[in-house]
Design a protein around this ligand. Structure first.
Ligand code: DSN
Length: 422
């Protein structure tokens, strides 16, 4: 396939080759990114991209669904088994659409939703002010306790009692601690709200049994498929049987047309991979690596929101280093350490140039790195911080990073990069 692309469109081929080289010649620390397996990559680049399949298995609007029905049923069954859920919808194009579908399945425009504020670690679609979710619904936002960086469940409960939302959303994109979904479920029940949990970041940890599953305590569970779960970029909804019809209707025809069958097929493959002891070992190592990275960063004097991590991600508060999140992320990028700037709870600075930096270990763990390499990465990050205005020192760190990359090559499913361009 790649040879055909090289012949037909050398310009795009060359850009793909450069991206493959970037992915293998840098340490990828964005907690929502990963490397997929060869099997997932093949399925997502397969002939399923040619097929329209509006509807659901056995109830499609176009003919020619002999194979797509079997694939989607397989994906649904694998999702139900993996997450121990009564119903699964594997069609959402992304986590954002999955969240919207969860809300539309349960409530009406104008109703109140309550989710975690974005600067405190929530997602845009949890009701943040610039998201359509705050325009369609009345949005109430809870926060973490800025002093601890953790949820104060009593305060969340007080807010829920005061505003009586129709949906309480649990889940986060930048919360380094385990979330107690059972408490969220209880608070929701007590105020007569539905509980929607968004496990986009931690789905792989839930599957591996490292974090407690929200499935028994939620009306609907929403997730992406490409973060710790290590599948293609997509979304998924899991729910109790009583909500199945409403969820399916909200996804199609409510919000989407035909599902992206190539992605859905690759999601099925990723779930087979996740249902293995190897995946459980991988997910455990993701957390061990994050803890090792966090410990070492603390030794170097970095302040971590909540003081450490229980999952795959770390949020650094850079204020004591007098470096902005943006400056740090950009300097790290030049040293081949790819992370993202991030707000911290009660950040005095705007999201465009916040005070924090978010790191994660899913991708480095897929490359086979362990605690020793996580500690080495902490040392690289410290060197960048100590030499933030010294370009030659940053370049030197980049060379050391490249050496580490060469010892932990990207699993061979990637296009072999042209070494000259690294
Ligand atoms: N953009 C994702 C993340 O990086 O966490 C959330 O959608």
């Amino acid at each position: 396939m790649i040879t055909a692309l090289e012949q037909y469109d050398p310009q795009i081929y060359e850009l793909i080759r450069q991206e493959a080289a970037r992915q293998s010649g840098s340490i990828r620390l964005i907690p929502s990114e990963n490397y997929v397996s060869k099997a997932v990559m093949l399925a997502s680049g397969s002939c399923l991209t040619n097929k329209y399949a509006e509807g659901y298995p056995g109830k499609r609007y176009y003919q020619g669904q002999q194979v797509t029905d079997l694939i989607e049923k397989t994906a649904q069954q694998r999702a139900k088994k993996l997450f121990k859920a009564e119903h699964a919808n594997v069609q959402p194009y992304s986590g954002s659409v999955a969240n919207l579908a969860a809300y539309f399945a349960l409530i009406k425009p104008g109703d109140t939703i309550m989710g975690l504020s974005l600067p405190h670690g929530g997602h845009l679609t949890h009701g943040w002010k610039v998201s359509v979710t705050s325009q369609i619904f009345n949005s109430v936002q809870y926060t973490v306790n800025p002093a601890t960086g953790r949820f104060d469940y009593n305060r969340i409960e007080e807010l829920a009692k005061k505003h009586k939302p129709k949906i309480i959303i649990s889940g986060a994109t930048a919360y380094p601690r385990e979330i107690d979904f059972e408490i969220f479920g209880r608070i929701a029940r007590d105020v007569g709200a539905y509980h929607v949990s968004d496990i986009a970041h931690i789905a792989g940890l839930v599957v591996a049994g490292i974090h407690k599953s929200p499935v028994p305590y939620s009306d609907i569970v929403s997730t992406t498929t490409h973060k710790t779960l290590r599948g293609p970029r997509g979304g998924m909804l899991l729910c109790k049987a009583e909500h199945a019809k409403k969820v399916d209707k909200a996804v199609f025809p409510g919000l989407q047309g035909g599902p992206h069958m190539q992605t859905l097929t690759a999601i099925a493959v990723a779930m087979a991979e996740a249902d293995t002891p190897e995946f459980v070992a991988y997910a455990k190592q993701v957390v061990k690596n994050a803890k090792a990275l966090a410990e070492k960063l603390l030794e170097y004097g970095f302040n971590l929101v909540s003081g450490g991590t229980d999952n795959h991600l770390i949020l650094i508060d850079l204020q004591n280093k007098n470096i902005s999140g943006r400056k740090m992320a950009e300097a790290m990028d030049r040293a081949r350490l790819v992370a993202n700037r991030n707000t911290i709870p009660d950040d005095p600075n705007p999201p465009s140039n916040p005070s924090g930096l978010r790191l994660g270990t899913p991708a480095i763990t897929t490359r086979g790195m362990k605690e020793a390499q996580a500690e080495q990465i902490a040392a690289f990050i410290n060197k960048v911080a100590e030499n933030i205005d010294n370009e030659s020192a940053i370049e030197k760190v980049g060379k050391e990073v490249l050496l580490l990359c060469s010892q932990f090559t990207v699993p061979e499913h990637f296009i072999i990069p042209n070494k000259n361009s690294i």
